[in-house]
Design a protein around this ligand. Sequence first.
Ligand code: ASP
Length: 318
Amino acid sequence: MNTKPAMLAIHGGAGTILRQTTSLETEQAYLQALRDILRAGEVLLAQGATALDVVQACVCLLEENERFNAGRGAVYTAAATHELDASIMEGHTRRAGAVAGLRTTRNPVRAARAVMEFSGHVMLIGPAADAFAMAQGLEQVAPDWFGTPQRLAQLRRVQGEGGAAILDHDGAQCPAPLDERQKFGTVGAVALDAHGRLAAATSTGGMTNKKPGRVGDSPILGAGCYADDTVAISCTGTGEAFMRSVAAHEVSAQMRYLGRSLEAACEDVVGERLPAVGGQGGLIAVSHKGELCLPFNTEGMYRGWVRLGEAAQARIFR
Ligand code: ASP
C-alpha cells in the first residue's frame, strides 16, 4: 500500500522578471490564478482521482486562463494564426498521447488524452488531429477564438522589431510579473496520486512569430513532457534546446542510471545541459518518493505546488 502523500505541481511559463513595473495587484492575480488551479487539482486528488486525470484537469484550467500561453490566450505564428501543441503521459503504464498544430480544438490537452485513449497512436498533427478531436466529441472553436488583442499587438511589435521567434506576448499595455517579451509561456502539470501513480501534461501556443508548421518540445515526449515509474516532468522554455537535450527524459535517465536524486538530476539538466545548448527555461518534477523540484535558469517561473492536506504554494520569482 502506498503511504506517500499525493501531490501536484503546475507551471505557467518561465522568463525575465519585470518586478519594477509590475503592480502588486497584477502579481497577486497571477499567484491567485495558480493557487485556484492547484486547489481544484487538490480536490480531485483528495477524491481519489488518478494522477492522469488531475494533470489533465489542471492543464485544462491553465488553457482556459488567457494569462497563460496555451489554449485561449495562445501566442500567434508569423502568419497571425494559432497552432497549439500538447501532450500527456501516464508513468506506470507509459501510455501517452500528443497533438501538434491544432487550430480549432478548444482544449489541446484533451485532444492529447483522446489520442492516447482512442487513436491507437501516440501523436496526431494538424487538421487531421483537429478532425480526430472533433470526432471524439471535443469542443471546436473558430481559429481566432484563441487570440486576444494584446497577443496580436505583441506579434505586430515583434515583427516590427524584426524579432526572432523567441518572444512571448507583449506585456507593455498591462505589465505582467514576467516580461512578456522574454517569457516562455507553456503550461504544465505533474502529479503523484494516492496510489503512487505519476503523470505529466504540457500544453502551449508555442513561440510568438514562430514559422507556421514549427513544432517545439511541448508535444514531444521525452523533451517537454515525460512520466515513468520514477518521475514525472513538464518543461517550459526554448523548445529547440529542450528537444536537443531530450530534457524531460534526461531527468529520469539520470535518476535511474546514475542513481542521482531528483534535485541533482534537475540541477544538472536545467543548470548545465540546457544552458550548454542555449536552453533557457525550467521544469517541474515530482518523483515516486513524493519529492518535488521546480528549477529554472531564467529569473522567474510561474509555478505552484500542493501536497494533499497542506496549503497550496505559488511563486513567480526566486
Ligand atoms: N517550450 C515551448 C515551445 O518551444 C515554449 C514555451 O515554453 O513557452 O514551444
